[in-house]
Write a protein that binds this ligand. Structure first.
Ligand code: HEM
Length: 496
């Protein structure tokens, strides 16, 4: 018995010594860092009481200027928080070859929906990215433009009806906006008209929201998967809830079967994916499961990112009527110049709109940080600091966008920051709402197009203003990776 007790005590002591030693990683390398909370590391409160960026901001502020990056721990995993824009540029663009992967969880065998572009690695990612990129070219956007405009027209009608019945014209806009973008992605990526604008409980959008919020496991196992993705894959763990998996597998299989049977073409993202389909997925082709995973990521990465951007833009426009009026004047003037036709070309003439969207994404970067993983021992230009192979690298987008050195008075919403002259004054890679380099957002044109068309219809036909129910400062959901307001956004809407 006493031998057993001795062994138990010894094992516990050894485990504690190992944990302590792991947490001394940055100290041993002379990298500035805060003492990590034992044993969960710096991200202990993430998803529980704090958003990701609330954990990064104090570290960024404390160590910026002292070293090109600061050390953090996600449980035992060392994380390098990059603060120097030159190093950001090297990681994302110049030395991208050494930082190609995000190092996030993916388990194609047991959890097929995780085999998507965002998580894929190596040759599979490179080939797929190469093949999917043409689907998001400006030429293809022109084709999908009319689909988006059709949904925007329906959106205008729905908002008209809602406005007529809402008490005092006060409407919570975020849910409505996410139905707008879900309807668009539904048609473009899945080939289905889910019509969630009329039926907000449509399974398509409910499951899409669930995929962004809910996990298969509780907080602890979820954090384990994030902190040790390779081990989690070896243990054959899964992340996507079963009902979400079954739903999307079902609808994409049906779409594939229908298109193959009828030979019907829609000129959309699903057509591009189907062109890549082969039986065994060899020679860079895609299996059915891989097609489902790509359509799934277009939904997850595409609908709430774009709808939230619109929500934040309307929130800021409601707070600042001058900017709203100037934007409306531009919309009307451009349309007049194009014989009242809202065409793809007229959209591109809206320069101030572009500035408003850029400033919205500065103030509210929907993905508040970017992630990469080093695949060599990477020497920074400061010879004292090396990012070792396997280290998780975080680019703090929210912190860069709110750094007064690059954006004076950062809390102020000011589209003038994105005039051509102002843009030139800033170092590259201090503004990265869509990431940068070869692994940037593949859908950025599509996202911007949805936002631009949506805002054009809304601002042209409605006036948005703040009311008693509008929050003065927005708080963000802690359980989401993307920036989403806790209580939605309530605004007074008037028809024009
Ligand atoms: C305003 C809207 C959007 C924002 C703010 C946004 C933002 C981002 C960001 C920050 C990244 C990571 C980039 C990096 O790590 O360097 C990303 C990646 C990605 N986005 Fe978007 N996105 C938007 C819309 C869309 C849309 C509409 C789609 C597809 C229909 C899409 C699909 C993707 C995919 C597939 C990736 C992974 C790319 C890869 O790893 O190769 N996004 N997005």
């Amino acid at each position: 018995m006493s031998l057993f007790l001795n062994l138990l005590v010894l094992s516990i002591l050894l485990l504690l010594a190992f944990l302590k030693y792991s947490h001394s990683y940055w100290k041993r390398r002379g990298v500035p860092h805060e003492a990590p909370p034992f044993p969960w590391g710096d991200f202990k409160e993430w998803r529980n009481t704090k958003c990701f960026y609330e954990i990064l901001t104090p570290i960024y502020k404390k160590f910026k200027g002292i070293a090109p990056f600061a050390g953090m721990f996600m449980a035992l995993r060392p994380v390098a928080l990059i603060m120097d824009p030159d190093l950001v540029k090297s990681i994302l663009i110049k030395d991208f070859n050494h930082f190609r992967e995000r190092g996030i969880f993916s388990n194609v065998r047991d959890d097929p929906l995780t085999g998507h572009l965002f998580a894929l690695e190596g040759t599979k990612w490179r080939e797929l990215r190469h093949k999917l990129s043409p689907a998001f070219s400006s030429g293809k956007m022109k084709h999908m433009y009319s689909i988006v405009v059709k949904v925007a027209e329906e959106f205008k009608k729905v908002l008209d009806e809602k406005q007529a019945t809402a008490a005092g014209g006060v409407i919570e806009i975020t849910d409505l906006l996410s139905c707008f973008t879900a309807d668009i992605i539904g048609v473009c990526a899945f080939g289905i008209e889910c019509n969630s604008l009329r039926n907000p409980q449509a399974e398509f959008v409910v499951m899409g929201r669930k995929a962004n919020t809910e996990r298969r496991h509780g907080l602890l196992l979820d954090q384990f998967i994030e902190a040790a993705p390779k081990l989690a894959r070896t243990l054959r763990m899964r992340q996507i809830p079963q009902d979400v998996n079954d739903f999307y597998m079902g609808i994409v299989r049906e779409t594939i079967e229908y298109r193959e049977r009828t030979g019907v073409k829609h000129n959309d993202l699903m057509d591009v994916l189907l062109e890549l389909k082969t039986k065994d997925g060899k020679d860079g082709g895609l299996t059915v499961n891989e097609i489902v995973a790509q359509a799934f990521v277009f939904l997850v990465a595409g609908f709430e990112t774009s709808s939230s951007t619109m929500g934040y833009a309307l929130y800021e426009l409601a707070k600042c009527q001058d900017i709203q009026n100037r934007l409306r004047a531009e919309i009307n003037e451009v349309l007049k110049r194009h014989n009242n036709q809202f065409t793809y070309e007229s959209m591109q003439d809206m320069r101030y709109m572009e500035q408003v969207i850029s400033e919205t994404l500065r103030r509210y970067p929907i993905l508040p940080h970017l992630v990469r993983e080093a695949d060599i021992n990477y020497k920074t230009t400061d010879s004292r600091f090396t990012i070792e192979k396997g280290t998780m690298v975080i680019i703090p987008v929210y912190e860069l966008h709110h750094d007064p050195e690059y954006f004076p008075n950062p809390e102020k919403f000011d589209p003038e920051r994105f005039s051509e002259a102002e843009i030139k004054t800033r170092p590259t890679c201090t503004y990265v709402p869509f990431g940068d380099g070869p692994r940037n957002c593949i859908g950025f044109r599509f996202g911007k197009m949805q936002v631009c068309i949506g805002l054009t219809y809304l601002v042209r036909h409605f006036k948005f203003s703040v009311c008693g129910e509008t929050e003065e400062h927005l708080n963000f959901l802690v359980e989401k990776m993307i920036l989403q307001p806790v209580n939605g956004i309530k605004l007074r809407v008037e028809r024009l």
